[in-house]
Design a protein. Structure first.
Lengths: 155, 500
């Protein structure tokens, strides 16, 4: 997996290097390095390091320990829930996304007490709204449409 | 003497003590909560100071700053979510200490270092304000570049297990810092037409993703969470007051951190996070066991915490004497001066002779209050650790998202957290140094911009970096810091070769 990851980063860096060749617009005549100079230098150094790392990895040929299926499933569901949460945060607002997200997230991590899970989700959401939204006037996502209107009742 | 007595009278008036206590407590709380931070804390309390006496108002706001700088360490240590940008370096060793069941000691060290740093900078501010202001004015692009290199120099030590991987991680951080509008030419770099990338990538969402969220993934992946939260971590979670003997034993670390923080604080636009990184790097450089940093070393908490709090007094030096704010918080405090009809600058000391000394006493009082309120707030926060891990994990996830969102009220920052959570997970799994990555990201922009500015000033000549004495001195220090782990490795391998 490390080999694949590093190779992908290497490809990404090559792509960025090609992109950086199009960075023009030297408006400051004495700026000899220009906007592309520093990123290109860093990319070249990174690519050299990648070659060294890849060489070392291939030489070592260490077999990676894979996660057991149950743990992997929990992790995948956790990441998926997190992604859904971020996706819905802007459209349904902080309250209506955080409540189900925290409830389902806790349950996914194996906490069995449903009542406590619900109470915790509710308390955490309410505390954040009170502390951040009302006391410190930090703007929390409000959502759109009816969710936006509803959010004004709380923060 | 008369001015001193007047200042003492103002600062030790029951009302002043009351407001300073409120300020310090409020500051610690805001510092500890991700998404708020010192600037926000001072802004929030600013309206309440309109009707106060100008000196009391300024002293209260300074107390808020002192509290917030120290409070940032709480969430860094307990949750791996830095409460303030200047507490990022505290996470490197603070969180591992907490995981080893020494959270209380880590918090005690952080607050003791903060108190010492604040008091040191206050004394420096009082004694040498005009002198220090002159030193600050000598810092130009060459010196900023050298400072950034000094901060970056600890990469070689941070990745003791695999220095190549550490260097690679730092390079990725440096590359990431180039995203956005180039500040010299205004050219869009690696933005791919995405508007939110024009301002560059802020290091707070990256840090939250790569540290806090990635840590949650890691725990879930390992499946060890149910035991950890209940037993080992909780045993040492009680706030521990650091004994005088322990402070004396590590006096060099406290002193170095405080000096670095004061000096960096004086330099306009430098700030607490840079001070903390430089102090951390210097501590790694001078340590006999640099490879242990990042695994829960006490000096790894003392150095950044003493330096970020020393920035409080340091940043007030150019504000008071030159009218140039040394940090974003100092800029807000400068606005508070103006709201009270005072103009910071050379005339202020003449117009308000008691102001400087009152601020000095104010910093000392609020620093001492840190012990009381630090213990109270930390005690409340450590209760979080009593939560079973599934609940704690969700709290970290939601607070992390809130911290990132509140930066610019932009959902893009939240997705940055998501993306970098995978980067952090990958780095953790395959032993790439996340700390080096963050270091590269934080210091990259300063390094590039100051290097190019200096080259423009010196018409393309690189000699400008070595002909300026301060810059040359810092460069030598950076070079020594970078090469020392390699030198040690070389020497030890030679020794073992001799033995064989």
């Amino acid at each position: 997996m490390e080999l694949v990851g590093i190779s992908l980063i290497g490809v990404g860096l090559l792509f960025l290097f090609i992109q950086s060749m199009g960075l023009k617009g030297i408006t400051v005549s004495k700026d000899q390095i220009g906007p592309a100079g520093f990123p290109q230098l860093v990319i070249i150094l990174s690519l050299l390091l990648i070659i060294y790392i890849l060489f070392t990895l291939m030489k070592a040929k260490k077999k990676e320990k894979s996660l057991d299926w149950r743990k992997r499933k929990v992790l995948i569901v956790h990441v998926f829930l997190f992604f859904l949460y971020l996706l819905f945060l802007d459209s349904i607002g902080f309250i209506f996304s955080t409540l189900p997200y925290s409830y389902l997230g806790i349950r996914n991590l194996g906490y069995s007490d449903k009542k406590k899970t619900f109470l915790f989700s509710l308390t955490m959401t309410a505390s954040i709204i009170l502390l951040f939204g009302r006391l410190f006037l930090v703007s929390l996502p409000r959502g759109i449409g009816v969710f936006r209107e509803l959010s004004y009742f709380f923060y | 003497m008369e001015i001193m007595l007047k200042s003492l009278g103002i600062v030790f008036h029951p009302f002043s003590i009351f407001f300073m206590s409120i300020g310090t407590l409020f500051g610690i709380m805001c510092g500890a909560l991700p998404g708020l931070g010192p600037s926000m804390a001072v802004i929030l309390l600013l309206p309440f100071t309109y009707t106060m006496d100008p000196i009391v108002a300024i002293v209260t706001l300074v107390a808020v700053n002192v509290g917030a700088q120290a409070g940032g360490s709480i969430s860094s240590i307990l949750l791996r979510v830095p409460g303030t940008p200047s507490a990022i370096a505290t996470t490197f060793d603070g969180y591992p200490m907490a995981m080893q069941g020494k959270a209380g000691r880590a918090l005690g060290l952080a607050f003791t270092a903060s108190v010492i740093g604040s008091i040191f900078s206050a004394i420096a501010m009082l004694i040498a304000t005009p002198l220090l202001a002159n030193v600050a004015l000598r810092f130009q692009s060459a010196e900023f570049f050298s400072l950034a290199l000094l901060g970056l120099s600890c990469i070689s030590s941070l990745g003791a297990k695999n220095q190549v991987k550490s260097l690679f991680a730092a390079c990725l951080g440096l590359l990431l810092s180039t995203v956005g509008l180039d500040s010299i030419n205004g050219v869009e770099r690696f933005t791919f037409g995405l508007e939110f990338l024009l301002n560059g990538i802020d290091f707070i969402p990256v840090m939250i993703g790569a540290y806090a969220i990635a840590e949650v993934y890691d725990m879930i992946g390992k499946g060890t969470y149910s035991e950890t939260s209940e037993t080992s971590v909780l045993k040492g979670a009680k706030f521990e007051f650091i004994k005088l003997k322990d402070i004396i034993e590590k006096w060099k670390t406290y002193l170095k951190g405080s000096i670095i923080g004061t000096i960096v604080g004086i330099i306009p636009a430098a700030g607490g996070s840079i001070a903390a990184f430089i102090a951390y790097s210097e501590e790694v450089r001078s340590s006999k066991n640099p490879e242990k940093f990042g695994t829960g070393v006490e000096e790894g908490i003392i150095a950044p915490e003493s330096s970020n709090n020393a920035c409080v007094g340091g940043s007030l030096v150019p504000t008071l004497t030159l009218g140039i704010p040394g940090s974003p918080v100092a800029a807000i405090i400068m606005a508070a001066f103006m709201l009270h009809g005072l103009t910071p600058g050379p005339l202020l000391v003449k117009q308000q002779p008691a102001m400087l000394q009152s601020i000095f006493f104010g910093i000392i009082v609020s620093s001492l209050l840190l012990f009381i309120f630090g213990k109270i707030v930390a005690k409340e926060f450590t209760k979080i650790l009593k939560l079973p891990y599934p609940l704690l994990a969700m709290m970290i996830m939601v607070l992390g998202i809130l911290g990132a969102y509140s930066l610019r009220n932009n959902l893009a920052d939240v997705f940055i957290v998501f993306v970098f959570s995978f980067v952090g997970y990958f780095f953790n799994k395959f032993h790439y140094s996340t700390s080096s990555f963050i270091l590269g990201l934080v210091l990259g922009r300063i390094a590039e911009n100051s290097m190019r500015k200096q080259l423009i000033i010196s018409s393309g000549s690189w000699l400008g970096f070595v002909t300026r004495p301060i810059s040359l001195g810092i460069l030598i220090l950076a070079l020594v810091a970078f090469l020392s782990p390699y030198y040690r490795k070389f020497m030890s391998s030679r020794k073992s070769g001799d033995v064989c």
